[in-house]
Design a binder for this molecule. Structure first.
Ligand code: FAD
Ligand code: 2HG
Ligand code: ZN
Length: 536
């Protein structure tokens, strides 16, 4: 279906033979799967919008095994689709035809954690049935630690491992329970902490990558400074499995903030959402760690499909976990909501700053409703935040924002767009799209990482319709290009967006990318049909 829709033809790769399967079963005993049931899950993407028909799933455990797999595939001209947690949103992680799926699921070992300074000792911890060693922190330090791990470690498990040692991962996203750090690096995932800790292009210190011909490229340095030649790892960050298979990562991990506050606020229009951002950036400064926004349609969807409660409307939140008071007795909700997080090292100082911001935002009318979340355990030690109701479980508020993607999948067929735009233009795209589509769409919603100038525009309909797609595309890309935006802010191009790269990159850049691809993967066996258009 996918191929019909996109008018694609299978490239002339070899077909998998019995001898090939026997070779892989010998190389990876018990880890070269041909079971149709297991393959079914790996052949379809998270959104269930792209489906391949691979007949072989390989699960190597080491870079040496990946190297042997790719060397063989290179010689035999067999195409390969690298797969991490399969949570990608642009159809990049599943085969288009019969490509072999190369999964990092069993490459899940932490190699080392170095808190950089402070006393530490080696010890053994248990994660998901495997033992590995790590280092635990004995005293406070003010510098980031350095984690070295295999590509298949699950983001949330890495974060838990680090939190036990007083550190955190520099990125966080709604898919954290499933996505792999290798997949995060391969897509250069942004997420909810980018505003504070920057992109993976800055926090990844080194990579180990296996190239298409099986060469192992060991650039797994853990140095903060290294200007010896070209920074090759950058080529693989965001390359979506088309240039090499990432097998290990060295990454900077910030200290776990001692004080975290969360405010969930209602705004009457988008200009107030923007102004509140400018104000809080000035007033909160270095402690601002997230500024996310969502429109009222998003709120309706998480309420309707996931049963979550709007904490700033006259309905009660989960009584067992929170007290819920209404700052402003609004029963209708707000047109927009913002989620502001502060992370710092001094709770009194941070609360004072947040209080001043809230006071200013409320008295000037930037914000009309609001609630603040604080960690249950710390509540006794805290002063109550100024005149604003408290919710005790920060995750309750984060869920409202993090689970919008999930809520959308329950609303029907989803058309998903992820654009970067000047903040002032961000919501105009949603308004224009709503007007353009009228009744032909079920819902047109806008949310995203406002602090990063990143809008997630999602359109739902009862079922897939080619005419609706034609009404959306290329309009959405032309609109974005008109304001010099990016047609993929953080999800990548994968299978679904590759033919639109020209809206954000000049021909010369696309041509150079194609030359890099041809140099590193001359037979084009790595994730074919993805990321780059096939001809200049
Ligand atoms: P996969 O989906 O398995 O693969 C993604 C791409 O990377 C594919 O092209 C694949 O071939 C390639 N790849 C995977 N592993 C490797 C490897 N080891 N070496 C080479 N190539 C590899 N994305 C964001 O940027 N920000 C968000 O806030 C965000 N939130 C999300 C929330 C939800 C609920 C969901 C479902 C997705 C979200 N995403 C987000 C998208 C997705 O989670 C990210 O793109 C994530 O980084 C993908 O990781 P993964 O391990 O699932 O990779
Ligand atoms: C998020 O920020 C993700 O929640 C997913 O990037 C966005 O589903 C989307 O459109
Ligand atoms: Zn996002």
């Amino acid at each position: 279906l996918t191929c019909e829709r996109y008018g694609l033809r299978r490239l002339p790769f070899s077909r998998l033979s019995r001898d090939d399967v026997a070779f892989f079963q010998g190389l990876l005993p018990g880890r070269a799967c041909t079971d149709p049931e297991e393959l079914q899950a790996c052949n379809v993407d998270w959104l269930r919008s792209v489906r391949g028909c691979s007949e072989l799933l390989l699960k190597p455990k080491t870079a040496a095994e990946v190297s042997q797999v790719l060397r063989y595939c290179h010689e035999r001209n067999l195409a390969v689709s690298p797969q991490g947690g399969n949570t990608g949103l642009v159809g990049g992680s599943v085969p288009v035809f019969d490509e072999i799926i190369l999964s990092t699921a069993l490459m899940n070992q932490i190699v080392s954690f170095d808190p950089v300074s402070g006393k530490y000792h080696r010890h053994t911890v248990h994660r998901g049935g495997t033992f590995f060693w790590g280092i635990s922190l004995q005293q406070d330090v003010c510098v980031p630690g350095i984690l070295v791990c295999q590509a298949g470690c699950i983001l949330e498990q890495l974060n838990e491992y680090l939190e036990e040692r007083g550190f955190i991962m520099p990125l966080d996203l709604g898919a954290k329970g499933s996505c792999h750090i290798g997949g995060n690096v391969a897509t250069n995932a942004g997420g909810l902490r980018l505003l504070r800790y920057g992109s993976l292009r800055g926090t990844v210190l080194g990579l180990e990558v296996v190239l298409a011909d099986g060469t192992v490229l060991d650039c797994l340095a853990s140095l903060r400074k290294d200007n010896t030649g070209y920074d090759l790892k950058q080529l693989f960050i965001g390359s979506e499995g088309t240039l090499g298979v990432i097998t290990a990562i060295s990454i900077l991990c910030p200290q776990k903030p001692k004080a975290v506050n969360l405010a969930f606020l209602g705004c009457q229009d988008f200009s107030r959402v923007q102004e509140a951002f400018t104000t809080c950036r000035t007033m909160l400064g270095e402690i601002l760690s997230a500024y996310e926004f969502m429109d009222e349609k998003c709120m309706e969807l998480v309420e309707k499909h996931l049963g979550l409660s709007n904490p700033v409307r006259g309905t009660r939140a989960d009584n067992s976990q929170s007290i819920h008071l209404i700052y402003s007795p609004s029963l209708s909700g707000s047109p927009f909501y913002v989620l502001i997080e502060t992370s710092g090292s001094n709770s009194t100082h941070d609360e004072e700053k947040l209080n001043s911001f809230l006071e200013q935002a409320m008295t000037s009318g930037l914000v009309t409703d609001g609630t603040v979340a604080v960690d249950d355990k710390k509540i006794k030690a805290r002063t109550r935040l100024i005149g604003i109701p408290l919710i005790f479980v920060p995750q309750t508020l984060w869920s409202l924002r993090e689970r919008i993607t999930e809520a959308l999948t329950h609303d029907g067929c989803v058309y998903k767009y992820d654009v970067s735009l000047p903040v002032g233009k961000l919501y105009d795209l949603v308004t224009d799209m709503r007007a353009r589509l009228g009744q032909s769409a079920k819902n047109v919603v806008g949310y995203g990482h406002l602090g990063d100038g990143n809008l997630h525009l999602n359109i739902t309909a009862e079922s897939y319709s080619h005419s609706l797609l034609d009404a959306i595309e290329p309009f959405v890309y032309e609109w974005t290009a008109r304001y010099n935006g990016s047609i993929s802010a953080e999800h990548g191009l994968g299978f679904k967006k590759k033919q639109f790269i020209q809206y954000s990159k000049p021909n010369e850049a696309v041509f150079l990318m194609q030359r890099f691809k041809a140099m590193l993967d001359p037979k084009g066996i790595l994730n074919p049909y993805k990321t780059l258009p096939s001809s200049p």
